[in-house]
Design a protein around this ligand. Structure first.
Ligand SMILES: [Zn+2]
Length: 307
């Protein structure tokens, strides 16, 4: 997208709506977001009803951009601002929104990015608890509400310029404390942010703790731990992590996956990709907290109808 076409897009509600509709319905054909059926009845107010399962929906039902009651133009402006990494306060001023509405939209963008990671099913599972905030394909509640479970630990791995941040299954903050104490795994701390020296095939382990952790038991060592990530992800991440306000153990995976996304797209414009993610369906979470693949089936439907 050229700069002038982006400027035109961000000036007109009609142009923004057309752009967003193309992203939601590639090829133009509508289908039921719940069962994939393409026989639909048109209802008043731009709604449709599925001929098979009777689900009634509108163009943005079940999609990330359906959260927050913002117009397509506002979403595109927020996505454009987000791509330039301002603070939430700066975004709110530029978009003419309240701080709370902007913060909620930014959280939605971070969820949409995380939901498109290759390990999204694991990240939305019980180890992070994030999936419990997705109900009926809507983002509900604040990820900081509710008690915390274990603090998940992430492994950072950079190979050939690509960065992978994995949730290290079965490992908790307590395990890292244990490895530090008993096996001399070097650990560095900045506030609640903890990172380690190399561990197995990872360049580093990282987690965000809370005030309940026994930081005073961390072993001290002579030299600070310098995370050696191929082309310098840690330098990229560390200064950003220190700027993020209000990182909590629950929100931490959202920030990490945002950084993974930004780093892997550091030579490209994230705006069109971010808008595509926002126009996609919110994963349908079943009561056990696992992500259903219905949205994937719907995407497959859309891809099939394109050809
Ligand atoms: Zn249906």
């Amino acid at each position: 997208m050229t700069i002038s076409s982006r400027e035109d897009l961000l000036r007109s509600e009609d142009a923004a709506l057309a752009y967003v509709l193309r992203e939601c319905w590639p090829g133009g054909g509508r289908f039921c977001p719940r069962c994939g059926e393409s026989r639909l009845y048109d209802l008043a107010g731009g709604r449709s009803r599925c001929a098979r399962c009777k689900y009634t929906f509108q163009d943005f039902s079940g999609r990330w951009i359906n959260n927050g009651g913002l117009s397509p133009l506002t979403w595109l402006r927020l996505a454009d601002l987000f791509s330039r990494e301002p603070t939430v306060h700066q975004m709110a001023v530029e978009a003419g929104l309240s701080y709370n509405a902007t913060y909620k939209a930014v959280t939605t963008m971070r969820f949409a990015i995380l939901a498109h990671a290759t390990d999204a099913v694991q990240l939305l599972g019980p180890e992070t608890g994030l999936g419990s905030f997705l109900r009926n394909r809507k983002l509900t509640g604040d990820p900081d509400s509710g008690g915390r479970g274990t603090v998940p630990v992430f492994g950072i791995l950079e190979r050939n310029g690509w960065l992978f941040i994995d949730l290290v299954s079965g490992m908790s903050a307590e395990t890292v404390f244990h490895f530090n104490h008993s096996f001399h795994l070097k650990v560095e701390r900045a506030g609640n942010l903890i990172w380690t020296d190399r561990y197995r095939h990872y360049d580093a382990l990282v987690f965000c703790g809370d005030d309940s952790l026994p930081y005073e038991y961390l072993r001290r060592h002579d030299r600070p731990v310098a995370v050696e990530c191929g082309t310098g992800f840690w330098a990229f991440a560390e200064k950003r992590l220190k700027l993020f306000k209000g990182i909590t153990p629950r929100r931490f995976p959202l920030y990490l996956k945002e950084l993974e996304f930004r780093y892997n797209m550091r030579h490209s414009d994230i705006f069109p990709v971010l808008v595509r993610y926002l126009c996609d369906f919110v994963p349908d979470m079943n009561p056990e907290g696992a992500a259903e693949t219905a949205a994937g089936a719907a995407r497959g439907h859309a891809a099939g109808s394109r050809g």
